[in-house]
Ligand binder design. Structure first.
Ligand code: PEP
Ligand code: MG
Length: 572
């Protein structure tokens, strides 16, 4: 058979490294259920399909068979397709459960959801989600949702390559967190691959190579070997207080999503967990996780973080996060029922999570941060719920701990109302990923508009400046936890704008520590002020390149400084 030709595809390297491996194609199985009429002649086949699905799911849940076989009648009576039978019967059961007074029994409703979910996955013909990956699997997908990444057998997924995505999409964030290379925005790469194809993912050169020639393979094998040696030799572990050259103390915390990242918290000397993206807890299960399971997860992350504690973000569902599992498709998910809005609309989900956090706080240092609040009314409504749950725990005589409550500042309305919000919360967390997205109206996960996603846009810097000042005026801490904090040059600008507390993917901590430890915060302030007085992102980047290059050439060699690339303008 003729050897396929080597092909190179350009994208955006969002998580560093080089991997030689084999393609594993992965399709995102969204859950869409429609009702269609099945011909009488096909009813038997439909019944068999339903039974087959049940059979497949049986090994996972012992009770499932008993539940499911009762549903066959519906297929015959209503000439319904198997998915519809599952949906209708499941909904009926769920509404019955929601009316049960007894709290424990009511919570069993989540078991019904679990059963439904398993049946629908089985009917879709997709194998159970926890895949056994080969040793050198490179996941190739069109649009890999974070829930899918979170479910991968992370020990074995060696790298990711996707058609869409951007630097701050959650898949990219997770890849960096776990420490596997990733190249996104590869356009129509997925359809050109077959599972088992040889592939090289080279995020340092923003490319992937399909069917590499023997010569290319040899060069890459030599390169990966020498990189490994360099990395092992250069590994530094530092912890303890970080001070700039002029003695200003800066705190560096960790952002975490999944347990695979936990060991990095101690390893890289993080000052506790500044952002726990709790919705990934649901990603791994695919359904609402019970209070008890959540409590155990929060206690575990509290143990990992130690006395510095953990800031747990209430589920940031919707948007790109798990939308396929929890919501009807929305026309405009980023502006839809997401984050705190989802929680306020689905109060039971929020109350269960709040209870789990309060109870876990009896054994660890936990705080709550509210995602994507628009103004004080979102905060007030959430705080009423938190207070009510604390009261009912007290009444029931259950042990729980005090938690302070902060607000994510990540949409323009919150920036404008920051002085008001600061009066009703204990701290701010600045989510720069969404702040850039919403301030500039640029989808953070769409590579088509990546050229407009400009972190150093003056409008973004003004938003950060305004939010930090509001926090200082109110005397509350402000942690910057978006991806901006994990990029050394941007972190210096943040310090120049007055930030003293940053949270980032754990593996970024050493390089940010090195950069901030080598600068004078007063000089950073002068540069930040100059940036604020500029008109465009290009101007700001120009200033950063020039000033940083002159003041700190040892810390910022030219290639480490922001330079705007027209990522896709000249094709491949
Ligand atoms: C952000 O928006 O910057 C943030 C920290 O949250 P996420 O990336 O999860 O939206
Ligand atoms: Mg956000």
């Amino acid at each position: 058979m003729e050897q396929p030709h080597e092909m190179r595809f350009k994208g955006l390297g969002v998580s560093e490294g080089i991997v030689i491996g084999q393609v594993l194609r992965m399709h995102d199985g969204a859950r869409h259920v429609y009702h269609w009429r099945v011909n009488v002649a096909d009813l038997e086949a439909e019944r068999l399909r339903f039974r087959g699905a049940v059979q497949l799911a049986k090994t996972q849940v012992v009770t499932i068979k008993k539940q499911a076989e009762k549903r066959e009648k519906q297929i015959t009576d209503e000439q319904a397709n198997a998915e519809w039978a599952v949906e209708v019967v499941g909904d009926r059961l769920l509404s019955l459960y929601s009316e049960i007074k007894d709290e424990y029994l009511r919570e069993r409703g989540s078991d019904i959801e679990d059963v439904m979910q398993r049946l629908l996955v089985a009917l879709s013909g997709v194998q159970p989600r926890h895949r056994n990956l080969s040793e050198d699997a490179v996941i190739v997908s069109q649009d890999l949702l974070p829930s899918a990444v979170a479910e991968l057998d992370l020990e074995h997924a060696r790298a990711l390559a996707t058609d869409t995505g951007g630097w701050t999409s959650h898949t990219a964030i997770l890849a960096r967190g776990i420490g596997i290379p990733a190249v996104v925005g590869l356009r129509d790469f997925y359809r050109r691959t077959r599972t088992g194809d040889k592939i090289i993912v080279d995020s340092t050169r923003n490319e992937v190579i399909l069917h590499p020639s023997p010569g290319t393979l040899e060069r890459y094998q030599a390169e990966t070997l020498s990189r490994m040696k360099r990395e092992l030799a250069g590994e530094v572990k530092e912890s303890g207080p970080l001070r700039t050259q002029d003695g200003v103390e800066i705190t560096l915390r960790a952002n975490v999503e999944v347990p695979a990242e936990f060991e990095g918290v101690e390893k890289y000397g993080a000052h506790g967990v500044g952002l726990y993206r709790s919705e990934f807890l649901l990603a791994r299960r695919g359904v609402t996780v019970s209070e008890q399971e959540q409590r155990l997860a929060y206690e575990e992350v509290a143990r990992v973080a130690g006395k510095e504690g953990v800031i747990i973000r209430l589920f940031d569902l919707g948007g790109e996060n798990l939308r396929e599992q929890f919501q009807e498709p929305e026309k405009n998910p980023a502006l839809g029922l997401r984050a705190i809005r989802f929680g306020l609309r689905n109060e039971e989900v929020m109350r269960t999570q709040v209870r789990a956090i309060l109870v876990a706080a009896a054994n660890g240092n936990l705080k709550i941060v509210l995602p994507m609040v628009a103004d004080v009314s979102d905060v007030r409504r959430a705080k009423v719920i938190i207070q009510e749950e604390a009261n009912s725990l007290a009444k029931a005589g259950r042990a729980f701990g005090d938690v302070s409550v902060g607000a994510m500042i990540e949409v323009p309305s919150a920036v404008f109302m920051a002085d008001n919000i600061a009066k009703v919360v204990d701290f701010f967390e600045l989510g720069t990923n969404d702040l850039v997205q919403y301030t500039l109206a640029v989808d953070r996960g769409n590579d088509e508009v990546a050229d407009w996603f400009r972190t150093l846009h003056p409008a973004v810097l003004h938003s950060i400046d305004r939010s930090l000042k509001a926090a200082f005026r109110a005397g509350i801490p402000a942690i910057v936890c978006g991806e901006m904090a994990s990029t050394p040059a941007y972190a210096v600008l943040l310090v120049g704008l007055g930030a003293r507390d940053l949270s980032m993917t754990p593996s970024a901590i050493p390089r940010v520590r090195r950069a901030l430890g080598g600068i004078d915060s007063r000089e950073a302030r002068t540069i930040a002020e100059e940036c604020l007085s500029n008109e465009t992102a290009d101007d700001v980047e120009g200033i950063v390149r020039e000033r940083f290059g002159k003041l700190w050439p040892h810390l910022f060699p030219p290639q480490s400084l922001p330079e705007h690339r027209q990522t896709h303008s000249q094709g491949k």
